[in-house]
Design a protein around this ligand. Structure first.
Ligand code: DUC
Ligand code: ZN
Ligand code: ZN
Length: 474
């Protein structure tokens, strides 16, 4: 047999081309792309289907410590299963450093949670919450060498935020080691001030989450983050951008020649702050940071996806159960928005939302869809060209899409560990039906056939952003 698997008669899309071809797979990698491929142990007929690189979701939270009594809704088993069923073959969760503790300790525990549990490949970013001299001087540089080539820093949350000086010091490690810094841009002091005002007025329902984190809070922090990156002379990823004013900060920095990558997420296209108004505290289901804005901001984010302000479209899957004392309705969260854990599920619906609302509406073409959801993700985070594209020699990570299926999002049909979807009832056309991971069929015609443990940990190289002078990807 020449091939282990061939995918016949499909319309293949990469970030640059769309063409008809068969794909021959051998030993987990793409061995040939051409016509009339035969002589395979297994054959999939993809007539009338799109054959795309498996989705890569570089912004996912799984089993992350989230405060006393709060438990994230997904472990690695449920989180990667949900990702896989949504057309993804690699996800990148965050390994959180606990204050005062070494990063290696967090990594050891996080790897133990993932080991043997995953349905997709995984690779970890680090969250630096305590940039001590030891962390910055020894630990972080050694971890970058070991393939943990990206880390996130926070400008908000009392227990996570770094000062400007700490951010600069962390960026300096990135400069010296060739790592990539991701920043959560919201001004904590401004949020504190607004929370104080809201509480004084007895305004403590979920909707106050949105009004205590207005656009100015995000815009100011975005401006500061790109300025600090300019001072430290490092590339930067601004994660989960929700509005035009923050986009403009990114665009201005790019005009100055800075390498600044913008990421947006489904919630900023599909939700608004009105969703937080829900009756009976149901608005808690939509509490995430930055909060969803308004229809004008939604349009701005679509515009950013079309014009290339955004190079990444990720889920920011950060699931908490709603009707659960360890989730959104924890004893304090059920009384005051400040204690509602921030984050919403979405790893399984990310790709169908962008496909249905972006590709089928003509806002973006299929190649741009692939770039935003797989190829750029691989390039920016050091997985390319092994992952993120369909090319000879690349891992055979492939999602076959039926562009004609229309389904309503029903949480009961999703595969995560939460008890709701923020997109319940949303009608979407175009769904992944078959998913191949490293040459193995994991989902066949919508049915999970792969096994827990088929997904593996992948360490990463340096970001492609560090190569060349261009402030944007090709
Ligand atoms: N930031 C994230 O990236 N995800 C969820 C919560 C948050 O603040
Ligand atoms: Zn964040
Ligand atoms: Zn996140």
């Amino acid at each position: 047999m020449r091939f282990d698997l061939v995918i016949l008669n499909g319309t293949v899309a990469t970030a640059s081309d769309v063409f008809s071809a068969d794909i021959g797979i051998k030993d987990g990698v793409i061995a040939q792309i051409g016509g009339d491929l035969a002589d395979a142990a297994e054959t999939i007929d993809a007539s009338g289907k799109y054959v795309l690189p498996g989705g890569i979701d570089s912004h996912v939270h799984i089993a992350q410590p989230s405060g006393e009594g709060i438990v994230m809704a997904d472990d690695f088993e449920s989180g990667t299963r949900s990702a896989l069923m949504g057309g993804n073959t690699t996800i990148m969760p965050f390994c959180l450093q606990e204050k005062g503790r070494p990063l290696r300790e967090a990594l050891k525990a996080y790897h133990a949670l993932a080991e043997g549990q995953c349905y997709t490949d995984v690779s970890f970013h680090l969250i630096v919450s305590d940039p001590s001299d030891a962390v910055l001087g020894q630990e972080l540089p050694a971890l970058v060498e070991d393939g943990y080539t990206s880390f996130k820093v926070f400008m908000t949350y009392e227990d996570l935020r770094l000062s400007d000086g700490q951010i600069l010091a962390t960026m300096d490690v990135a400069r010296r080691t060739g790592a990539l810094v991701m920043v959560h841009c919201e001004n904590e002091d401004a949020i504190r001030y607004l929370i104080g005002r809201h509480e004084a007025e007895g305004n403590v329902a979920p909707t106050a989450h949105a009004s205590t984190r207005p656009i100015a809070v995000e815009r100011e922090a975005t401006h500061r983050a790109v300025s600090l990156a300019e001072v430290a002379d490092v590339p930067l990823v601004i994660v989960h951008v929700s509005n035009r004013e923050s986009m403009e900060e990114i665009e201005r920095a790019r005009k100055r020649g800075r390498k600044v990558i913008g990421e947006t997420c489904p919630q900023y296209l599909m939700l608004t702050s009105a969703d937080l108004d829900g009756m009976d505290w149901e608005g808690a289901k939509f509490v995430c940071s930055p909060p969803p804005r308004d229809v004008t901001s939604q349009e701005a984010c679509w515009d950013g996806l079309e014009r290339g302000v955004f190079d990444l479209f990720s889920s920011d899957h950060c699931p908490f159960r709603y009707d659960d004392t360890a989730g959104k309705l924890n004893p304090k969260g059920a009384k005051n928005f400040r204690h509602i854990p921030n984050g919403i599920p979405g790893v399984e619906t990310r790709l169908p939302i962008l496909f249905s609302e972006g590709v089928l509406t003509g806002r973006i073409d299929l190649s741009r869809f692939v770039a935003l959801t797989a190829t750029n993700q691989a390039k920016i985070y050091g997985l390319y060209p092994r992952k993120g594209t369909i090319a000879v020699g690349a891992d055979a990570d492939i999602a076959i899409w039926n562009p004609g299926i229309t389904r309503c999002v029903r949480h009961a049909e999703l595969h995560d560990g939460a008890d709701y979807s923020p997109y319940e009832g949303l009608e979407l056309t175009g769904w992944p039906i078959t998913v191949v991971l490293g040459g193995k069929v994991m989902v066949r015609d919508g049915k999970l056939v792969g096994k827990r443990g088929d997904g593996r940990y992948r360490s990463r190289s340096r970001s492609a952003l560090l190569d060349g002078r261009s402030p944007v990807l090709g």
